[in-house]
Design a protein. Structure first.
Length: 289
């Protein structure tokens, strides 16, 4: 397994605890997203300047990195609200439709077009996702504001993946993360203030949850995922991130005593199979042999 794939796998493990923390509902969705970005920024900003790793290659790259930060911050905030106003399962399913949007966007805007195995793997993975969350979810789908936010989250995430892929082609990961995180902090902080969201008054458990989100779910996870995005296809990374649903279900069973059925196990296996299909490379036949 190559370094980018290892980084992606570890990054997925780091973000898998995020839905569990959000489900605890210890702080408002937008403020939770703000602190997630702010805590990560508080560590990465001094580090990159002390180690002199902050290098802006062009004004265009700087602007696009700032745009990425705003989009990603809004994505996290919208997803938090979708989870808190519906169910983590419904919100996660809708958000994880992002590989479809990434594939469509890559087809139109990236030189590296999605291959057939990407589309096959995506369909298989989504079928696995449906089995994992259960058919009852679709019967009881509530087409309300939370539903719209779930769809919007997936689209924002796709925009982030496609844009960051282009930027990371000319900018180092640490610089990109620094700029995008600071942009997220400004955007989410301004929006939270405008909506009169509380920035304090949380329980000790609430503050600890925010610290874990900032250090593990944001800083560690997205440094690793950004590194993987720089060296891998954006479409592969987006489908691979569906694996967090399997890990989140396992963690929910372990930490929150949620039920895990045989159907969920089968769905998880099919989902992982779909991810594996996107990594399939057709062997090259040596015609000289």
């Amino acid at each position: 397994m190559t370094k980018p794939r290892i980084a992606l796998a570890v990054g997925i493990i780091c973000i898998s605890i995020f839905p569990i923390l959000v489900k605890l509902n210890l702080s408002p969705g937008l403020v939770s997203a703000f602190y997630r970005m702010a805590i990560a920024s508080a560590l990465i900003v001094p580090y990159v300047f002390i180690t002199k790793q902050f290098k802006i290659t062009s004004r265009k790259a700087l602007f696009m990195s700032m745009l990425c930060g705003v989009v990603f911050g809004l994505d996290v905030g919208v997803w938090n609200i979708a989870i808190q106003q519906s169910t983590a399962t419904q919100a996660t399913l809708l958000t994880n439709l992002s590989p479809v949007w990434v594939g469509i966007g890559a087809f139109f805007f990236l030189k590296d077009k999605p291959r057939r195995n990407f589309w096959i793997g995506t369909v298989v993975a989504i079928i696995g996702m449906v089995l994992l969350v259960g058919f009852d979810l679709f019967i009881n789908f509530d087409f309300n504001l939370a539903f719209i936010f779930g769809i919007l989250s997936g689209m924002l995430y796709a925009v982030y993946m496609l844009t960051s892929k282009r930027i990371l082609g000319e900018m180092e990961v640490m610089t990109f993360m620094t700029v995008s995180l600071l942009s997220s902090v400004v955007a989410l902080g301004s929006l939270s203030y405008a909506l009169d969201e509380p920035f304090s008054g949380f329980s000790a458990a609430g503050w600890w949850s925010l610290v874990v989100q900032g250090l593990v779910c944001q800083l560690m996870a997205w440094l690793l995922i950004s590194y993987a995005t720089k060296h891998m296809r954006a479409t592969r990374v987006s489908v691979s991130l569906l694996g967090q649903a399997v890990l989140a279900s396992i963690l929910a069973w372990w930490l929150l005593d949620e039920q895990v059925s045989l159907q969920m196990v089968i769905g998880g296996i099919i989902l992982l199979l779909g991810i594996r299909l996107t990594f399939y490379e057709k062997p090259v036949i040596d015609t000289k042999a």
